[in-house]
Design a protein around this ligand. Structure first.
Ligand code: WT7
Length: 637
C-alpha cells in the first residue's frame, strides 16, 4: 500500500493544513479517492452545527470491510493483519493474515445472517481482547449491522442499560476472558443482564476460558457450532453489503456530565477516512511495520487504532489480551522484543504504573525495533514523558501526544512523528481538517497566543460524532449548544506563544480515571442506590498512577449499622451498577454537603478539600451553612 496523502515534511504539513482549511471539500475528496467505493459520492460535505447535521461523502456507496480486507488481498494477502499475544506468556501467540482474516470475517458474517441479524440491526459485543472480537466487529460491518462494543469491565446493570438504549436484540460474547491474574466470567455477566429480558433473540458465545456457562435453549449458541453449520452449507462467501456513506457503523457508549451514558454514533465513510488518515500520518506508518496499540477494543482507541485505522491501511496490528503488569511489569517490553514492534501506542496511566516498578523490567529487553511512541487518554505529565522517552524510546523515538475524544473518531491534535516537533505535556498542533479555537465563559473567541480557554472546534472533520443514538437533541445540547456554531469538547486548554495546544483537563463534571471517562453524576447515582445513603457528591483528586482518583463524600444514615461495613457495601453497589472501574478510591462520610441557598452543591470546594487544601477554599459566604466546610475538612480521609 502507498499513502499519497502521508505528510513527509514540515512543509507538507503546512501545505496540507492550509489546503484542508481553505478548501476542505477538495482536500478530503483527494484523500477519499484512495479508497474503494462502490459508487463515488455526490457531495463531499454538507453541514450546519445548529441541528447539528453533518454529512460527509453523501451519495457515496461502500463497505468498510472491502477497504479493511478485500482490497489488500491481491498484493498483501499474506501480510499479517492481526498478531495476537495471549494473557498467558506461555500460550502460543497467533498470526492472522489478511487472507485468513477475510475468510474468517466472511464466514462469521454468514453466522450472523443465519442467526437472523440484518442490515441496520444493533449487535452488542461483550468479549475479551481476542482476534474474534475484531472478527465480530468486522462481520457486523460486512452485513451492515451496527456494532456496539461494551468494555469487559462493565457490570450486568450497565450492559442491560446499553442493550435497552441501543434497542439491541443480539449479543456476541465469550464464556470468559483472561485479564491479568483474573478470569472474567463474561457470559455469566450477560446472563445477569438478561434476567427477565424478552427482547434478546440470540447470544453467540465464543469459547475462550472453558468457564462453565449455562446456555439457554432457543437463545444461546456456540460460535464454533455455528461456524460448522456455515462450513457444512458449502457457501463460504458473503458479499459486502452495499452501504451509504452516512449509514451507521457503530455506537459506542461514553460518559458525560449527566447520569446516563450516551451512545456516540459514528458513520461509515467519514470515520473510515479519518481513522486511516490520522493513523498513517500521526504514527508515520510504513508498510511492513508492526503497530501495537495497548488499548482495549471496548474503548474508542481500540476501535480506531487496533481495528479500523490500521486495517484500512493494510497494516499489521498487534492485539494483546492481557495487562501491562502481568505476570510482571516487563510484559509490554517482552512483547515489543518478541514481535519487534515498530510503533507503541499506550496511555499515561500505564507508563506511570510501570515507571514505579523499577529498571529491571525494561533494562535487559531489546527495544531497538521501536521507532515511534504514542500517548493517549489524558494529559501526560512531564515526568512520565521523560521516563518513556529515556527508558523506552532511548531518546531516539518521537513521542506523539495525541489528543482526541470518543466523539471525534480519531486523533485531532497531535505532533506528527518525526515531522512536527513534540513538546512534553503538549498535544501541540491540530491535524489537517481540525480548526481548534479557545473561548471564554461568555462564548467569545479568544484570539492570539499565550491564552487559556475552553477548547472548541469550529468546523466538521470527517470523523465527527453524527448523533447520540436515539436522542439527537441530546447530541445538540451536549456538544453544540454551549457555544453557538461550535463543537464544544469539555476540555480546558492553553495555547502557547507559538500556537501549540496544551490540554489542561476537563472543565465539566467528568473525571478521567486511568484514561477512562467517568461522569461524577453516574457514580453519585450508583452510590445513592445504597439504602444507607442519603446523598452524595463525587469529585476527582490527583492520583499518582490513575491521573485522577474518585473521591466520594457521602451523607450516611446514622441509624445504619457499622460504618466500615457500609463503605464496603457502597463499593459493591457501584461495582454492581456500573463496574469496578467506577469504584471510589476514597469515601468520606460527612454530616452535610456545602450547598448554596438554591441547593446547588459547591463542588469547587469539595474538589479543593479532596486535593488536600484546607485554607484557600475561595468564597464560602454564599453557602447555606459555611460551618459544614470545617466539619468536612476535619473528617478528611
Ligand atoms: C477525553 C476524552 C480518545 C482516546 C481516549 C479517551 C482526555 C484524551 C488526551 C491527551 C490530554 C487527553 C480529554 C478528552 N484526553 N487524550 N493526549 N492529552 N487529555 O477518550 O474517553 O472519549 O475521553 O480524554 O479530557 O476530552 P474519551
Amino acid at each position: 500500500m502507498t499513502y499519497p496523502y502521508q505528510i513527509k515534511t514540515l512543509e507538507d504539513y503546512n501545505r496540507q493544513y492550509k489546503e484542508s482549511i481553505e478548501n476542505p471539500e477538495k482536500f478530503w475528496a483527494n484523500v477519499a479517492d484512495n479508497f474503494t467505493w462502490q459508487k463515488k459520492w455526490d457531495k463531499v460535505l454538507d453541514w450546519n452545527f445548529k441541528e447539528p447535521n453533518v454529512k460527509w461523502f453523501s451519495g457515496g456507496k461502500l463497505n468498510i470491510t472491502e477497504n479493511c480486507l478485500d482490497r489488500h488481498l491481491a498484493k498483501n494477502g499474506d501480510t499479517p493483519a492481526i498478531l495476537w499475544e495471549s494473557n498467558n506468556p506461555k500460550e502460543q501467540s497467533r498470526k492472522i493474515t489478511y487472507k485468513e482474516l477475510h475468510f474468517k470475517v466472511v464466514q462469521f458474517a454468514n453466522v450472523l445472517k443465519n442467526n437472523g441479524i440484518k442490515k441496520g440491526d444493533r449487535v452488542c459485543i461483550y468479549m475479551g481482547m481476542i482476534p474474534e472480537l475484531a472478527i465480530a466487529t468486522l462481520s457486523c460491518a460486512r452485513i451492515g449491522a451496527v456494532h456496539s462494543v461494551i468494555f469487559g469491565g462493565f457490570s450486568a446493570q450497565a450492559i442491560a442499560d446499553r442493550l435497552l438504549d441501543a434497542k439491541s436484540e443480539f449479543i456476541i460474547t465469550c464464556d470468559g476472558a483472561f485479564r491479568g491474574a483474573k478470569d472474567i466470567p463474561l457470559k455469566s455477566v450477560i446472563d445477569d443482564a438478561l434476567v427477565g429480558n424478552k427482547t434478546i433473540k440470540s447470544v453467540i458465545v465464543y469459547e475462550r476460558t472453558q468457564t462453565p456457562v449455562s446456555m439457554i435453549k432457543g437463545r444461546d449458541v456456540w460460535w464454533e457450532d455455528e461456524i460448522k453449520k456455515v462450513e457444512a452449507s458449502g457457501n463460504p462467501d458473503c458479499p459486502a453489503e452495499i452501504m451509504d456513506a452516512e449509514d451507521v457503523l457503530f455506537i459506542l457508549y461514553t460518559s458525560g456530565s449527566t447520569g446516563k451514558p450516551k451512545g456516540v454514533v459514528h458513520t461509515i465513510a467519514g470515520y473510515m477516512v479519518w481513522t486511516n488518515y490520522t493513523f498513517v500520518n500521526v504514527f508515520q506508518y510504513q508498510p511492513g511495520q508492526i503497530h501495537f496499540c495497548t488499548a482495549d477494543v471496548g474503548w474508542i482507541t481500540g476501535h480506531s487504532y487496533i481495528i479500523y485505522g490500521p486495517l484500512s491501511a493494510g497494516a499489521t496490528s498487534l492485539m494483546f489480551e492481557g495487562v501491562p503488569t502481568y505476570p510482571d511489569a516487563g510484559r509490554l517490553w517482552d512483547i515489543v522484543d518478541k514481535f519487534k514492534v515498530d510503533i507503541l501506542y499506550t496511555a499515561p496511566t500505564a507508563i506511570r504504573s510501570l515507571m514505579g516498578c523499577g529498571e529491571e523490567f525494561h533494562k535487559n529487553k531489546n527495544l531497538s525495533s521501536l521507532k515511534v511512541l504514542g500517548s493517549v487518554g489524558e494529559p501526560i505529565n512531564e515526568e512520565a514523558w521523560h521516563w518513556f522517552d529515556k527508558n523506552i524510546g532511548k531518546e531516539k523515538c518521537p513521542i506523539v501526544d495525541t489528543w482526541w475524544q470518543t466523539e471525534n473518531g480519531g486523533i485531532m491534535i497531535s505532533n506528527i512523528a518525526g515531522v512536527t516537533p513534540g513538546i512534553p505535556s503538549y498535544a501541540t498542533l491540530p491535524l489537517p481538517g481540525v480548526q481548534p479555537c479557545l473561548v471564554d465563559e461568555m462564548g467569545k473567541e479568544i484570539k492570539g497566543n499565550n491564552v487559556n480557554g475552553n477548547l472548541c472546534i469550529k468546523a466538521p472533520w470527517p470523523g465527527i460524532i453524527r448523533t447520540t443514538y436515539g436522542d439527537h437533541e441530546r447530541c445538540r445540547q451536549t456538544y453544540f449548544s454551549a457555544y453557538p456554531d461550535k463543537y464544544f469538547t469539555g476540555d480546558g486548554c492553553l495555547r502557547d506563544e507559538k500556537g501549540n495546544y496544551r490540554i489542561t483537563g476537563r472543565v465539566d463534571d467528568v473525571l478521567n480515571v486511568s484514561g477512562h471517562r467517568i461522569g461524577t453524576a453516574e457514580v453519585e447515582n450508583a452510590i445513592n442506590m445504597h439504602t444507607g445513603v442519603i446523598e452524595s457528591a463525587v469529585v476527582g483528586y490527583p492520583h499518582d498512577v490513575k491521573g485522577q482518583g474518585i473521591y466520594a463524600y457521602v451523607i450516611f444514615d446514622e441509624n445504619h449499622p457499622n460504618a466500615n461495613l457500609s463503605k464496603q457495601d457502597i463499593l459493591q453497589t457501584v461495582t454492581r451498577v456500573i463496574g469496578a472501574i467506577a469504584k471510589p478510591d476514597k469515601i468520606q462520610f460527612v454530616p452535610g454537603l456545602p450547598k448554596t441557598r438554591s441547593g446547588k452543591i459547591m463542588r469547587r470546594i469539595l474538589r479543593k478539600i479532596a486535593e488536600g487544601e484546607t485554607s484557600n477554599l475561595g468564597d464560602t459566604s454564599t453557602l447555606l451553612d459555611p460551618s459544614i466546610v470545617t466539619l468536612i475538612i476535619e473528617g478528611k480521609v
